[in-house]
Structures are given as structure tokens and as C-alpha cells.
Write a protein that binds this ligand. Sequence first.
Ligand SMILES: Nc1ncnc2c1ncn2[C@@H]1O[C@H](COP(=O)(O)OP(=O)(O)OP(=O)(O)O)[C@@H](O)[C@H]1O
Ligand SMILES: [Mg+2]
Length: 214
Amino acid sequence: MQTILVANPKGGSGKTTLATNIAGWLAGKRQRVGLFDADPQGSSSQWLARRPALFPPVAGFAGDARRREIRDVGPEWLVVDSPAGLHGDDLREAVKRADAMVVPVSPSAFDMDATERFLEVVGELKAVRAGGVAIALVAMRVDARTRSAAELETFLGQFDLPLVAHLRDTQVYVYCARDGYSVFDLPRSRAEQDQEQWRPLTRWIARHAAVRNP
Ligand SMILES: Nc1ncnc2c1ncn2[C@@H]1O[C@H](COP(=O)(O)OP(=O)(O)OP(=O)(O)O)[C@@H](O)[C@H]1O
Ligand SMILES: [Mg+2]
């Protein structure tokens, strides 16, 4: 099982948006995927409850799910949506169990400050130093051509981690959250630009998994 942790301690940075869309992408690829909701707010569980029954299935796991329960369902992928404020032992454990970690970052000074501290802490974790966890950054709610995107890129450049995708600010994500969809469940005519923007991230995830499962 490949575990993908989505984490950033800043509230509202885009964790649930990334986690639900990654789960939706994998489900659409006919992969057995579980969505582990480690956030007591339960946003990704609520998304899953709203997901139309005929859509490619995603198995939901609550934050208190035992490992055995997950093993019994047997997903090939586990996408972990983490809570705001993740730190200390909880962060260390979550990173230790992950094969890959995706960090959403928005181009606001508050988000960048929080992310800077977070990435410093993450970089010191044993699992990361040992090279066991691949980490990707995703610029959220940005237009790649704007000055704020350039500022975000300069900021993220200091971390020696790949910035793999830019996702624009669009109501498409708001509607997807409301309806239990991912952008991959939408017809191409409605989400072509967003599906394109996701491509480097899905490719990164697929390549990473291929490296681990030769
Ligand atoms: N690219 C985007 N364009 C427009 N809206 C977005 C985008 N990404 C996220 N949002 C919206 O921003 C809000 C916060 O995003 P999200 O819930 O994914 O953040 P979060 O990090 O999970 O928050 P929390 O820390 O509270 O769990 C949501 O309403 C979501 O629909
Ligand atoms: Mg969330």
C-alpha cells in the first residue's frame, strides 16, 4: 500500500482539496483507494458522504480506524487528509507512515510563514533525513503568470523540494467539495484547465509509486 500524506499546519491551505482530488484521480484510474480522515473536523469524510454512489469508489476511514481495519479493506493507496496544526509526535508518526507527502502552499504571507517553520521541522525528521519520504510542494490558488506566484516560487525555492504543480483559484474546487466530486469526475469540457494543471502532480505521484514498486 502506498500512503500519501497531505499536510500543512496552516488552516485552509488546501489539504482536503488535494486529498479528495488525489483520491478521486486514483479511483478514476480503477485503483483501490482509501481516504483516511485524520482531521476531527471530518471534511473529507463529509465529501465522501456526498460522493455519488455510481462514481468510482473511494473507501473512507475515520481518524480512529485501526490498521487492521485498513488492511482488511486492502487499498492499494491510502490518502491521508491531516488536520490543521499537525505537529510534534502526531506529525512524526504521520510522516513515518507515509511514502509520499504533498504540501499545499498558498501565496499569502501567513501561509508562507507557517509553511517555512513546518518544512524546517519536517526536514529534521528521521524518516525524511533517511530519504524514506518523497515530498512535493503544490502552489494553491495561484495563477502561474502573476507576481504573487513568482513570489511564492522564490519563497519555495529555498527548500530544495520540487514545486510540482500550480492550481488556480476557481469555483470548480468549491463545487467539487460541495458535491463529492474531484476535478477528474467532471466532463473534460468543464474542467479541462484544471485536469491539465493536475497532470504534473499525478505524474509525480505515479512516478514515485513506480520507483517504489518496480
Ligand atoms: N484552488 C482553489 N480554488 C478555489 N477554492 C479553493 C482552492 N483550493 C481550496 N479552495 C477552497 O478553500 C477552502 C479551504 O480549502 P481546504 O478545505 O482544502 O483547506 P484545508 O487545508 O483542508 O483546511 P483545514 O485546515 O481547515 O482542514 C475550501 O472552501 C476549498 O473549497
Ligand atoms: Mg481540511
